[in-house]
Every structure is written in C-alpha cells, then in structure tokens.
Ligand binder design. Structure first.
Ligand code: NAI
Length: 742
C-alpha cells in the first residue's frame, strides 16, 4: 500500500485541519464538501488561519477543492479517504455507502468521529470493506496537537492499519496511539472526565472559576486555560454534545455519569448563546468599557460577570504535587479531590480500555498538553501516600495491586506507542545530573543532552552554566516540554533591575555571551533541536549552535525590542554576520546592517522553518522535522555524520561603516515616528540597535572582532535596561503577556 493521494470529505474545522497537514507533508489532497463554495471557503480559512495551519503558505494550491456530487470520481482514485463530516450517523452511513461503491480495493477509509463507535460506523459495510475501515481521531488544531488515535478492531487488515500508523507518524508527524473501540478512546475518556471533575468539584467546593483555573492549570501540569478557560476555547455547546454521547455510550455503572450530569448554568449559557470564545463569551468574556477591554469572569452562583481576579496561590515556580495536595487550605483540598478522582478513574480503565497505562499518560500529553498524565502523577505522589492519605480513596484493583507490592516505583517504560528513540525514552536510561536548578544534563552514549526545565524554559545564569559544562562533549539541546525557550527570564533580570544592581545584569549577559561563544568554538559539535517557542535568548542559543534540527511547528526569532531591549547574547552580531554572507552585502556594506535592523527592530518571528529560512533564522545546513519524537535521533545521526574531523568555525571579522549606516537607520526611525508607527521609546531602542549594527564608533576600513561586537551588544543592553520605559515595557509584558507601546 502507498498513500500518494488523499480525499478528505467534510471541509469544516477538522477536515480543513487534516487537509492542511497533508499539504504540509507534500501529499496531494482534495477537500470535498456538499458544495464547492464551502470547501473553497475552507481553503481561504486555512490560508488565513492564526496560528497558521500551513507550514508554507505558498503551497496552498496543493489543496484541491470540490463537491461530493461532481467530483466524487476522485474518491475512486484515492489511497486514503478521510471522512470528517458532521457527527451524524445517518449522514456518515450514506457517505460510506457511496465511498465503498467506488473506492479501489487497495485504499483505506477512516472516520474522524470523536464519539461514534467503530462498530456502529461500519455496521452497514460488507466484511471486505470493514477490513479497510478504521477511525483516525485527530485533535484540533491538527497541525499543533500531537495526538492521533487510530481505533481499529480485530477484523481490520492489520498490515494496512500499521502502514497508516507509520504514515501518520512519519509524514504527518503525529504521536499515533492505537486504541480499542471504547467510548472516547483514550484521550477524551480521561481528558473530558478530568475537565468534568475539575468543574463539578469547583462548584461543589464553592471556588471561583479563576481559583479553579489557577489550580487546575500550571500547578497540576495542565495548560493555563485550566478547565473553564478550556471549556470556552473548545465551545460550551460542543462539550455538551460530547457529554451526551458519553452518557449514551457508557454503562450506568461508570462513574463518568456522576460528573456528566447537565449543569443548569451551562445549559443557560448555551441557551443565551454564551458558547465560549466563538460566541458572545462563556465562563469568561471580554467586556469593552470606556474603550478599554476588560476580562470578566462569571460568578458560578449569581451568574453575573465581574472583572476577572488574578489568583495568587503563593506557590514557587516548580510545583511539588505532594505539597500541593497536602495544603491545608481550600486550594489544597480542591487539588487533592480533583487529582485523586482522575487517578482513580484512569486506573479503573486498566485493563479493559487499555492494558498500557502508559498510553493514557501519553495521550494526555499529546492531546491535552498536560506535562504529566495521571499515572505519572501517581508515581510522583507515591502509591503509599495516595492510598493512605486520609484514607478517603477506595483503591481499585490496579491501585491495590501496586500498593500491595510495596514498591516505590511501578512505572516502567515510557512512550511505548512508538518505535522511535524519543527523548522521553532516553531520559529514563541516560545518566542524569539534576543539581542545576534550571536545566538537566543527561549523558547518553558518547554525547550529552541539555534540557532546560524552568517555566517556559526561560534562561538564567544556571541555564548557561549547564550548557557551558556540557560542551565538553558533543551536545544536543532539546526539550520535552512545550517550549524550547521563551527567552531570557525577565523576572530574573527585573529582580536585579529593581535593586539597580546593573553589575549583576552585566555579569549574567556576559556569561550568556561567553557560553554561546564556548558552544560555537568548542571542539565538540552542538546541535540545537528546538520545538515550540525558540524566542529571544532561546533563538540566540540555537543561532550559535553548529546545526539546528527544528520541529516544523517552531516559532522563532528575536523579540527583545518589543520589551525595550536588544538581543545581547550574540544574536544581533550573529544575524549581522549571516546577512553579511549574502551576495548583496558584497556590493553594499550597509545592506546587512539595514536588513538586520529591520528584522530585529520589528521583532519579526517565523512560524515554521520554511518561514525562518528567508530571514536567515535557519540556514540550508539545518534540518526541519515533522515528528517531534524524531528530533533526538536526527540530531544524534547528524553528530555521528559530522563528528569525525569536525573543526569549529573561524572567528569572523566585521567591517562596518559606522556613522554612515547609522544615519540611514536614524532616518528610518524618524520616518516611523512621523508615521506614528513607533513612539518615543521606540526611537531610543532603535538607536541602540543602530549603534550595535553600525559597529559603534567605527569606519569601514577598521576591523572589528567578534568580541568587539559582543561588547557593543552588552553596552547597549545595559543602557536600555536602566531606562524607566524599558522597565515599564517589561513589567507590562510580565503582567499581561502583551507588549506595551511607549
Ligand atoms: P464542522 O461542523 O466544522 O464541519 C463539518 C463539515 O461537514 C461542514 O463543512 C459540512 O458542510 C460538511 N458536511 C456535512 N454533510 C456532508 C456530506 N454529506 N458530505 C460532505 N460534507 C458534508 O465539524 P468538525 O468539527 O470539523 O467535525 C467533523 C468530525 O470530526 C465530526 O465527526 C466530529 O465529531 C469530529 N471531531 C471534531 C473535533 C473538533 O474539535 N471540532 C475534534 C475531533 C473530532
């Protein structure tokens, strides 16, 4: 079997997401809907989507569109037919009847249903067709969510299912978990249960929605949308439909029923079209008052909206789960109640839903972006602690068994759903150094791995220490969490700024620079393998590595100017050097500085390696990889390929025109100010950037070393951080996550 031509039927949210991901994988795909206008509209939406569903927007026309009347003959040519129409069994059955009449025997058909059992979907098919039919349950947004559940049954042609699994893993970059035909499969069965528990317990315990989201969020290793925010994101009406199907499909003995009952407030929200972010609002809403946008939260008892409150849980950045559930306040009680119920429910599904509990954790990671699943939570809490804490839980067979074994650790291998050598697997067997508080270092085979482990992997003095120490061997910098690095830890910098301890900031930035220099010139190879955000300082680390093996979903660039700073970890000089290698720079010495002035000045970012190349954030020698799970092995292969005879690069020499190019940049700033595109402080930041990029007080005949450039960056950075308006920008961004224009 081969998949060279795919037809996706149904061009709604999921159909377009799947078509876009196929386009990303360079697989010819046609989107069919009831009318061509509908699929055409879907294509336009794909093009305009934010965050973008396409890795390379110029490839949009590789998605063909049509309708199911005039273009159905395409189905007969397709290797894979994906059905993603509305969740209505009559419509799906009708469609299958038409598809099975014309499809070629070598093809495979799948449904994207989230709630209808495989057996029900295929009940009208012939035995032959049933062999080639399965569920492929993608998550929204398809490009960004790692999980794909393939639901198969014994009847299936196992060769085809395995082929499809490999195809979706290799080409579409998904973490593919094969599931049994049970309601909600793995991800939604546990994920939706968890959401319902988090919601019903909050109501029972009289917590506000902000309080519930503050706990059932980062502290638990759940994305910060928490439960009520996630409800709004998914759509409150859609969640109600999903619950109805669980109620219909699950036996009455299943405790899911206890948390799936209709909640009057939810019913009322749907009836008044408060269906979440796509509607007028939901549990949260944005209210405009006096031209100002104010985020409001609903009061669960009075049903009125009030300005949302920021909840201070008084928790350190790294949350210890045991400490969280042991707290003696309402937050601790809520956390314990929610976590213990989730663990009990997930473990009650073993072995009937899956014998591999590990797959449930992975489904939660890939499909819900949790940092750890329920079984990892149990391992972290300790089974003894879990069972004996206030003797409230009633252990099921799974828990009883491991409790009786009296072992501290029951977990076993991770990520068994894939044969790839993943970071998750390697971390379990590598020698690890955990002393550094900002990064773990692993020793594996003949190389080292550094994984940052702060919030959003922001960088500080210790992160740099870890990198520096690890450069005594070939090194891979990679992350299992969502972000490679969101940049320098601004809280850390602001602490010093508040004390006017400029010396400490200078020491940190200098250490940052010298670490990156060490990475660049050490006799060992450094491969950065980013996924997620690689911004600011995070980008500076990768731009000074020997090679980058980038996940296709990276968001990367230098965004320092947005917070009133300039890249000073070597990012400015490295980008300048890259652009100096451009042909146009041969003819015009001011070409490179001006180009980089534009890129860094605007804080430009790329949403994929394809977008990163024309900005020279990535180069031809770097690699772009669809499957995150493959980053480590590709990086390792690259090391093995390049390590013999590796020589570090030569130090560059910079020839810059000083005042000549500086004047041109100042003119640009003046124009932007006149056009009201920047304000006073925008000019100040621009001037400092221009100062670095023009080489300071130099002339074109003088040679500047890399260290001279580092020194200019440092000087500009220290001057900027001392400015009140830069500090105001940083404070605002830390508080709101948004830029301040001043
Ligand atoms: P949607 O409502 O956004 O799109 C459905 C599309 O199907 C519409 O464009 C509609 O015109 C088209 N359609 C209806 N009848 C058709 C027919 N006979 N032939 C061709 N096209 C037809 O729905 P959405 O959200 O994309 O869901 C599609 C499927 O994916 C459903 O089975 C749903 O349960 C499932 N799903 C949805 C997820 C989500 O987050 N929205 C997540 C995972 C699965």
């Amino acid at each position: 079997m081969n998949i060279k031509n795919v037809v996706v039927i149904g061009s709604g949210t999921m159909g377009s997401g799947i078509a876009a991901q196929l386009c990303n994988a360079n697989v010819p795909v046609t989107l069919l809907d009831l009318k061509t206008e509908i699929s055409e509209k879907a294509k336009k939406k794909i093009f305009e989507s934010r965050p973008p569903l396409l890795i390379d927007k110029s490839k949009i026309d590789n998605i063909k569109v049509g309708n199911i009347e005039d273009n159905f003959d395409l189905v007969s040519k397709a290797d894979w037919i994906v059905e993603a129409v509305v969740e209505r069994i009559d419509i799906k059955h009708n469609l299958y009847e038409k598809i099975t009449k014309v499809r070629k025997s070598s093809s495979i058909i799948s449904s994207n249903t989230s709630t209808i059992p495989l057996k029900v979907l295929s009940e009208k098919m012939s035995a032959e067709d049933k062999k080639d039919f399965c569920i492929t349950h993608f998550f929204n947004p398809v490009r960004y969510m790692g999980l794909l559940e393939i639901v198969s049954e014994e009847l299936n042609n196992i060769k085809k299912i395995n082929f499809l699994k490999t195809f979706c893993e290799e080409n579409l970059g998904k973490g593919v978990i094969i599931c049994k035909d049970t309601p909600g499969f793995l991800g939604n069965r546990v994920g939706v249960y968890a959401m319902q528990v988090a919601m019903t317990e909050a109501i029972k315990m009289d917590l506000s929605i902000e309080e519930a989201d503050a706990i059932f969020g980062r502290p638990m290793g759940v994305p910060k949308t928490g439960v009520f925010g996630l409800y709004d994101l998914i759509g409150i009406d859609l969640m109600a439909d999903v619950l109805k199907s669980f109620i219909k499909e699950l036996p009455t003995s299943d405790v899911f029923h206890e948390v799936a009952k209709e909640i009057p407030l939810v019913k009322n929200l749907i009836e008044t079209r408060y269906t979440g972010r796509k509607g007028k609002g939901g549990f949260y809403r944005m209210n405009k008052e006096g031209g100002k946008k104010i985020l409001e939260a609903i009061n669960l008892s009075t049903k009125e909206y009030f300005p949302a409150k920021k909840i201070d849980l008084d928790i350190s950045e790294k949350v210890n789960l045991k400490e969280l559930v042991s707290r003696n306040d309402k937050y601790g009680k809520y956390a314990w109640s929610v976590i213990s119920k989730i663990i009990l429910y997930a473990s009650s599904l073993i072995p009937s839903v899956t014998k591999d509990y590990n797959n449930i954790d992975e489904a939660m990671r890939l499909g819900f972006n949790w940092t750890r699943g329920p079984f990892e939570m149990l391992e972290e809490l300790g089974v003894k602690f879990f069972v004996e804490k206030d003797n409230q839980v009633q252990p099921n067979d799974f828990i009883k068994k491991i409790y009786e074994k009296k072992t501290d650790s029951f977990y076993g291998k991770r990520q068994i759903y894939t044969n790839l050598e993943t970071l998750g697997k390697v971390k379990q067997i590598a020698k690890v150094q955990k002393e550094n508080k900002s990064a773990f270092t692993y020793e594996y085979k003949d190389f080292k791995i550094v994984e940052f482990n702060t919030k959003a992997n922001t960088l500080d003095y210790d992160s740099m220490d870890a990198l520096k120490r690890a450069s005594d061997k070939n090194l891979i910098i990679i992350n299992e969490g969502m972000q490679f690095s969101a940049g320098v830890n601004l809280n850390y910098v602001m602490e010093f700024a508040k004390e006017k301890n400029w010396k400490a900031i200078e020491k940190f930035i200098y250490h940052f620079q010298m670490t990156c220099k060490q990475l660049k010139y050490s006799n060992n190879l450094v491969v950065a393998a980013p996924s997620g955000l690689a911004l600011g300082g995070g980008f500076e680390v990768l731009v000074q590595s020997d090679y980058v093996v980038a996940h296709t979903n990276i968001v990367t660039g230098l965004v320092e100017t947005i917070v009133g700073l300039i890249p000073a970890g070597g990012g400015t000089k490295q980008m300048l050097w890259r652009w100096m290698q451009d042909e146009k720079a041969n003819k015009d010495p001011d070409f490179a500085p001006q180009k980089v002035f534009d890129i860094i000045g605007y804080g430009k970012t790329a949403n994929s390696p394809v977008e990163a190349m024309p900005l020279k954030f990535l180069l031809e020698k770097d690699k772009s990889i669809m499957n995150r799970n493959k980053l480590l092995s590709v990086a390792e292969n690259l090391i093995n390929e390049k390590k013999n005879g590796y020589k570090p690069p030569q130090e560059p020499i910079f020839k810059l025109s000083g005042n000549q190019v500086m004047d041109k940049m100042l003119q640009t700033l003046e124009n932007l100010f006149k056009e009201k595109k920047i304000m006073e402080h925008g000019i100040e930041v621009g001037k400092k950037l221009a100062f670095v990029l023009s080489g300071g007080n130099t002339t074109i005949d003088k040679e500047l070393s890399e260290d001279d450039m580092y020194a200019l960056e440092l000087e500009a950075f220290i001057q900027l951080i001392q400015m009140e308006k830069t500090q105001a920008r940083i404070k605002h961004t830390l508080l709101t996550g948004k830029p301040l224009v001043n």
